[in-house]
Each structure stands twice: as C-alpha cells, then as structure tokens.
Design a protein around this ligand. Structure first.
Ligand code: ATP
Length: 268
C-alpha cells in the first residue's frame, strides 16, 4: 500500500503559527488536540474521540496547510491517502486497497489521515458502469468506516468544491465538523503577509507597510500573497538592494494585476 503510493507518510514542518487567519478552525483543532493528547483521560471522563474534519473552500487558502499543521499540533504522524491511486484493475482490488490502507492507518494510530481532493475521489458516485459502481462501493466503505470508527485516526478531508460532494458525507456521525474556508479578509491578509515576510526576511518586517499591501490585495488567496512576497524579495535582490521595501512587494502586486489584464485580453 505504501509502495504503490496509496498511503504515504508525509514529513511535517508546518505549524499552526504559520497559518494566518482561520481562527475558528484553528481553535477547534486546538480543542481536539487536548483530547488526542490525553485519550485515556478523555475516555474515562466520558469525552468521545474525535473522528475528523472536512475542510472545503477556494484553492490556496490554507486547507492543505491545516491538514499538515494539525499533525504537528496533535504530535502524531501524518499519512496522506491518495484516493485516485486506490483504483485497481481487478474486481474487488480497489476495496481491498482501501481496507488495507485503513488497517495500516489504524496500526500506526494515533495519526492524522489526510484525504485530499475528496470531491474527485467520489465524483460520479451513484452512477452506472464499472467505474462508477466501484466508486460507489468505495464511498460506502469509507462512510461506514467513518461512522463506526473508534480508533485514533483523525481524518482531515480537504475539498475545493463542496457542491460536488455527496450529501451523505455531510450528515452527522461522519465528520465532527465541516469548515468552509474563504478568501482571507483584510485582517487575515495582514497576518499572512506578516508570516511570509517574517519567514524569509525577518529583519525587514518592521520596514514594510503591511496595511498598504493589504489594501492592494483584495481577492488574493494566501497562496497569492505568498507569491507576491516571494516576487517582491526577488525584485529587491535582483536590483542589488540590501533589504526589501514596501515598493518591492507593491511592484510584484502590480505585476500580478497586469498579468491578469493580459489574460483577460487574451480571453476577450
Ligand atoms: P489547494 O486546494 O490548491 O490545494 P489549499 O487551500 O490546500 O489549496 P494550501 O496548500 O494550504 O492551499 O496553500 C498553499 C500555500 O499558500 C501554503 O503552503 C502557504 O504557504 C500559503 N497559504 C495559504 N493560505 C495561507 C494562510 N492562511 N496563512 C499562511 N499561508 C497561507
């Protein structure tokens, strides 16, 4: 299962402090961390083990980041399940693969099991034809496992398009909670700028007028913000300056605007 790339152990360096915004999600994960770090205590107190969380929303806004950082927070290994690779050539192979992946995760538990792009895995369920039937069976298998799960395998499922997810998945008893991440609000963009500038140029942070950058980046995702910070730093380096300034990042922001214009012209 691991050789076939179906289940992969991922090294984690991301921490909760590396995530700007998403306060509710981070707080919620923080509560689950208390339980997962003292499972025996929680059980004897009458608290149930968490099953997992579904994080949906626009690309580049920290879904994968949260999946990774949650393993750090819980102090457990991170396993990534590649649903696309589960599909086998022979009858029953896909189901057997999922069964094996689940038992391996349970053997390794406590752990975080990250299921990325959940909507792709279960696209076409309920349909007819060989592929669709296998997917429907896999989906049923996954749901039953989630519902009956008693092990300390905390599932973090991520999805871009919640509308494409089968509604059964949203019912109580499967995931403990569903979070929808949106594009960052101004205060969140401020934090994300800070995080990415501090990561690369800590000494320059106080020189940067983050409020101005925030005002120029409405509609930017976390990944977009990281992109303009990287480009801004590159601008300063290429021009031979010893430190970066607000205008280097503004220049990078302008460049993304003009790139968008060019793309729009092409489409029109
Ligand atoms: P996708 O659906 O495209 O996989 P995603 O929501 O999973 O998107 P991430 O992989 O978490 O997006 O984000 C991509 C990169 O953008 C991250 O590695 C991180 O550097 C940056 N980023 C995104 N959101 C945030 C955030 N809230 N705080 C800090 N950095 C962020």
């Amino acid at each position: 299962i691991r050789k076939a790339g179906i289940l992969e152990m991922i090294p984690v360096t991301e921490r909760m402090e590396d995530i700007g915004g998403l306060k509710n999600l981070k707080e919620w994960l923080g509560r689950k961390a208390v339980i997962l770090k003292d499972m025996a205590g929680a059980r004897s107190y009458g608290v149930e083990l968490p099953k997992g969380v579904l994080i949906a929303g626009v690309p580049g806004c920290g879904k994968s980041l949260n999946a990774k950082a949650s393993a750090q927070l819980f102090e457990v290994p991170l396993l990534k399940l590649d649903m696309g690779r589960l599909m086998g050539k022979y009858v029953g192979e896909s189901e057997a693969n999922l069964r094996q992946a689940i038992s391996l995760a349970e053997a390794i538990s406590p752990c975080v099991l990250w299921v990325d792009e959940l909507e792709k895995a279960f696209a076409g369920i309920g349909g007819t034809g060989g592929g669709a039937e296998v997917t429907t069976r896999l989906f049923g298998q996954f749901l039953t496992w989630m519902q009956e799960k008693k092990s300390a395998v905390f599932v973090v499922a991520t999805a871009n398009d919640i509308m494409k997810l089968p509604p059964e998945l949203m019912r109580k008893g499967r995931f403990d909670e569903i979070f929808y991440v949106k594009l960052p609000a101004p205060g969140e963009r401020e934090k994300i700028f800070e995080i990415h500038i501090r990561k690369r140029r800590p000494g320059d942070l106080e020189r940067i007028d983050i409020k101005t950058l925030v005002n120029k980046t409405e509609g930017y995702s976390g990944a977009d913000i990281e992109g303009v910070v990287k480009d801004g730093i590159e601008n300063a380096f290429v021009q031979g300056r010893p430190c970066i300034s607000t205008s280097d990042i503004l220049e990078a922001i302008e460049a993304t605007h003009s790139l968008n214009e060019v793309m729009k012209d092409d489409i029109e």
